[in-house]
Design a protein around this ligand. Structure first.
Ligand code: CDP
Ligand code: MG
Length: 245
């Protein structure tokens, strides 16, 4: 068996500004195995809905840039009139020091600081956008920095489980425990249902492989006990690209 460090994973999102500016190929080549020694463990093209956006950036809820950040990651700012172009590319990279290596190549969060401190990093190609209140006063700034990368191993685990189901990742590359689900779980109007109703969407059916923490969350929601995660953190992934959330 390879050493545990070989299995370290990190989540990367190629954000809508990178897609709009046709920087995908550049980003992928910067992060390629030749440069980083890391391997792809997962990839998908995702239409980012409100629930997924809010879960992904949960730690920033309440900050002045939060509403704008959601519009940014959902693609509304870069494709206001072309909703069909709104998407991000979500990737899982795996290998020794995956989190640190990718954060370094991305560079500082603020593109101006990125250009100053670390020219050549991916975020040095980003931009700052002033944020205004209804009266037109500048209240802050949004950082359009092309790429998201998990900041810590804990963030990586939460984020990878938010964006990827176990079966999106090859079996030998999965870094977190899975379980075979035994119950029926549906979702409708923000609530968990245990049987199908008209307009409800299936989250998990018996026999599906799921992250153990997702099943723990659904079970405790079912019982009404203290939960590990929110319903949104589980549902967002299964409703991804359904356009029905
Ligand atoms: O992405 P990173 O972990 O480097 O930074 P963060 O502090 O977790 O913020 C998440 C994202 O929010 C950033 O990548 C920026 O796109 C955005 N942000 C912003 O628009 N304005 C700020 N003042 C701070 C962050
Ligand atoms: Mg962060």
């Amino acid at each position: 068996m390879p050493h545990r460090k070989e299995f370290e994973q990190t989540l990367v999102l190629i954000k809508p500004d990178a897609l709009k500016n046709s920087l995908t190929g550049y980003v992928l080549s910067q992060l390629s195995e030749f440069h980083t020694g890391l391997r792809f463990a997962g990839s998908k093209i995702v239409y980012v809905g409100q629930m997924l956006a809010e879960e992904h950036y949960a730690e920033h809820r309440g900050k002045v840039f939060f509403p704008s950040l959601l519009e940014y990651i959902m693609g509304q700012l870069h494709y206001p009139d072309e909703p069909w172009k709104r998407r991000v590319i979500a990737l899982v990279y795996q290998g020794v020091d995956a989190v640190k290596k990718i954060r370094n190549i991305c560079g500082p969060t603020n593109p101006h600081i990125a250009r100053e401190k670390n020219p050549g990093c991916i975020r040095a190609l980003g931009t700052l956008v002033p944020l205004k209140d209804a009266a037109g006063n500048i209240i802050g700034e949004r950082m359009d920095n092309l790429i998201h990368a998990s900041a810590t191993n804990e963030d990586a685990e939460r984020e990878i489980k938010l964006w990827f189901a176990p079966t999106d990742i090859p079996p030998f590359m999965r870094a977190y425990p899975t379980e075979i689900n035994q119950a029926h779980y549906y979702f409708k109007d923000g609530s968990l249902l245990l049987r199908h109703e008209p307009e409800s969407m299936c989250l998990l059916a018996p026999g599906d492989i799921a992250w153990k923490t997702d099943i723990d969350t659904l079970r405790s929601l079912e019982k009404g006990s203290e939960t590990v995660g929110s319903l949104g953190s589980v549902a967002a992934k299964y409703l991804m690209n359904t356009e029905k959330e």
